[in-house]
Design a protein around this ligand. Sequence first.
Ligand code: ACO
Length: 434
Amino acid sequence: MAEKTHSHDMTLSDPATGKEYTLPVLEGSVGPKVIDIRKLYGQSGYFTYDPGFTSTASCDSAITYIDGDAGQLLHRGYRIEDLAEHCNYMEVCYLLLRGKLPNAAEKTEFEHTITYHTMLHEQILNFFRGFRRDAHPMAIMVGVIGALSAFYHDSTDINDPEQRMVASHRLVAKMPTIAALAFKYSSGQPFTYPQNKLSYAENFLHMTFSVPAEEYEINPAVARAMDKIFILHADHEQNASTSTVRIAGSSGANPFACIAAGISCLWGPAHGGANEAVLQMLYEIGHKDNIPKYLEKAKDKNDPFRLMGFGHRVYKNLDPRAGVLKSSCDEVLDQLGVNDPLLELARELERIALEDDYFRERKLFPNVDFYSGIILKAIGFPTSMFTVLFALARTVGWVAQWNEMITDPNQKIGRPRQLFTGSDERAFIPIDKR
Ligand code: ACO
């Protein structure tokens, strides 16, 4: 990681006391500078106020860089468009975890390591059987991933770099197995086991869709689309679930527990749950004649309806991942011979929304979730699996960010402060006098 440098100092003056405070301004390699307020409270007695962290950098990171105005996403300096076109997911995992793209020998070795960690302790299968068949697969994911710490004790010492790497490999390797089992369990089909001759994406498709009764043939176009979806979701700097993983990890919690925390956060419809919500919204809109009515609902502040798959905290331009997915959507649907009217509806919704002043003024563009659901539906996944696939792909990002945090000498337990608006100290009232 390149060291941050001191750019200059900034002065904060307080007219209430006449005092002035000098705050260092720090500079990273690229992107906005930051005002270092770490000593502000000690010197002035003031906290800073930033609900939702809209202007707060919470850590140093050298993994992913986003320029939201330019619609740019870089992993370790490489454009997401280039990675999606030229790499497979395993290479991107290596890049995120190790900081550089692998050469051919390193790629083979890494793929071998991940492949040979895909099986689960057999006892974990019993854990699945404790859930109701109609459990949401994300509920199963939260439970089973958290439970991995009960099975893999030899990789929970966070101070041992070797154990951290083994835990990282296990998480990346076992996620597809667990995700596929969550699907199998909810659909009442028998559990399938990984096959080492298959690639990461192929193996996931095999474990999800094959049944013992017949041979399952993997469509190479589907496997490539799956791999691309994994690449596009691999990391996204300090988003809500990644920050959750970092905060959970900052207390010294084990990696499996931290990733379970990330999965819980991802589940919400404002984050990873949006891909499921996009399809539900398209079903609800039903026909392009209804689009104007739903756009009005989305603009009405008294109506909870929002245009799902639109808007982003960081991107104020097209999400570059949405651009890649939009073109692979046509390709996949063509190759599968699927003519999905929802795609037509989505395109029309996008077109009308992008011409609408409300969305233009607020710079609300389609995000990655807008098109991913349509591809996943065409491949055959039920909507309840969409966020599971996001969690599967994002695990490598969470794990890379968690590792970076553990090795950061500036790392402290994540503990925000508050602006208290409740009652001041008051006299206790006995129960018979209340
Ligand atoms: N539909 C209608 N209006 C919207 C939408 C939307 N999807 N998104 C934002 N707005 C409006 C807000 O009402 C607000 O309007 P105002 O300035 O008049 O009050 C303005 O745009 C800014 O929006 P905020 O909610 O303040 O932006 P924030 O950065 O907090 O939220 C978020 C970003 C959560 C992604 C939001 O755009 C949203 O809810 N989108 C829909 C859900 C979604 O697609 N989430 C996926 C995000 S990407 C991901 O996690 C992979």
